[in-house]
Design a protein around this ligand. Structure first.
Ligand SMILES: [Zn+2]
Length: 151
């Protein structure tokens, strides 16, 4: 079987659709394969190096009140949601007019489709929000590719 290099570089995670609405960005996140669906402690350790406040995020989940309660075993789109929020919060540091800014998000897999999730994140500035989506997606893809080559 031959496969050209160009067709084999499909990213683990693709932002299939991006919709900017009033106060929130809605993403359809597509996974290239089921092997990219879940986080693990190694992946999270890599993310914490670049997104150090990730674990402290408020997060509605069955196991606790922060993202730390589930981050080592959750879906990668849920991780992406928190990476996007973290990136936006970091860009706000030291901006006095945004001291009270509170950003939140939700992640839900599309019914009957284990490879597609609907991620919604709020933003305070649409361009900062979009840049955070792009950066977080690129970073997570790099981590997932590294994990795939190591296992
Ligand atoms: Zn969460």
């Amino acid at each position: 079987m031959t496969q050209s290099a160009a067709t084999s570089v499909r990213q683990p995670l693709t932002l299939e659709k991006i919709t900017v609405r009033e106060g929130r960005i809605e993403l359809v996140v597509c996974l290239a394969d089921g092997c990219y669906q879940k986080t693990d402690p190694t992946l999270i350790a890599a993310c914490l190096k670049r997104y150090p406040t990730l674990a402290d995020h408020a997060c509605k989940n069955p196991r606790g009140k922060t993202f730390a309660a589930v981050m080592n075993n959750t879906s990668t789109p849920h991780l992406l949601e928190h990476l996007i929020i973290d990136a936006q919060m970091r860009s706000l540091q030291g901006v006095a007019s945004h001291e009270d800014t509170y950003l939140m998000g939700t992640t839900e897999f599309l019914p009957g489709d284990p490879l597609r999730a609907h991620v919604i994140v709020s933003y305070y500035d649409d361009l900062v929000g979009l840049a955070a989506c792009k950066d977080a997606c690129e970073f997570l893809n790099a981590c997932l590719i590294q994990r795939a080559t190591q296992s």
